[in-house]
Design a protein around this ligand. Structure first.
Ligand code: PNS
Length: 178
């Protein structure tokens, strides 16, 4: 059989603040569906990330190092422009439930409006991971709870360290009243 001349490249974009076991499940599944997967870490998120863009890229790189067809890039600006630059035809997004589906559908249609050649594939979150969200991981860590089973052990350590810094920052900004 002759070797395929083209590669189907998929983007898995996100803020990854931090990368969770839900994200990793999605990336692994995308890597078995597409020839190449580019995990695109959004740089200047309006969400004021806990971790720098460099830190988030490094975390995702470390967590996906064993996946040979996965590459991690950092981006700012429009996702459709990154897709053009990388030659990607597909965006992969995970859907945990109805609220995600509503939000993701609008985003997929907007990206298709901007770039009709770019399609979006939704993968249903694996049921045992569908309660995981980066925002909740940060909140739990900030409030001193365990994030085991939500992120890898290495990411858990980074999140706990950052949570401690955040608590200290907030204590100072409140004048140390708590
Ligand atoms: O992990 P998130 O925060 O849900 O990811 C959101 C992301 C990065 C996929 C989305 O905000 C995005 O694509 N931003 C890039 C800017 C852009 O292209 N905006 C128009 C999308 S409709």
């Amino acid at each position: 059989m002759s070797e395929k001349e083209w590669k189907r490249i998929a983007l898995v974009p996100g803020t990854f603040d931090p990368v969770t076991l839900g994200h990793l499940d999605l990336i692994i599944r995308a890597s078995s569906l597409f020839d190449e997967v580019i995990v695109a870490v959004l740089e200047n998120s309006a969400k004021s990330p806990w971790f720098s863009a460099e830190g988030r890229v490094l975390m995702v790189q470390r967590e996906t190092a064993s996946l040979k067809n996965v590459r991690v890039v950092r981006f700012s600006g429009l996702l459709v422009d990154l897709a053009d630059k990388e030659g990607a035809e597909v965006v992969v997004r995970g859907v945990r439930g109805g609220a995600d589906l509503e939000y993701e559908t609008v985003m997929a249609r907007m990206n298709a409006h901007l770039r009709p050649s770019l399609d979006t594939v939704f993968l249903p979150a694996s049921p045992q991971l569908s309660h995981i969200a980066s925002r909740l991981v940060r909140e739990i860590a900030y409030l001193g709870g365990s994030v085991q089973g939500l992120v890898s052990e290495k990411v858990a350590l980074a999140v706990e360290t950052r949570a401690e810094e955040k608590r200290a920052e907030n204590a100072f900004s409140r004048g140390g009243d708590r």
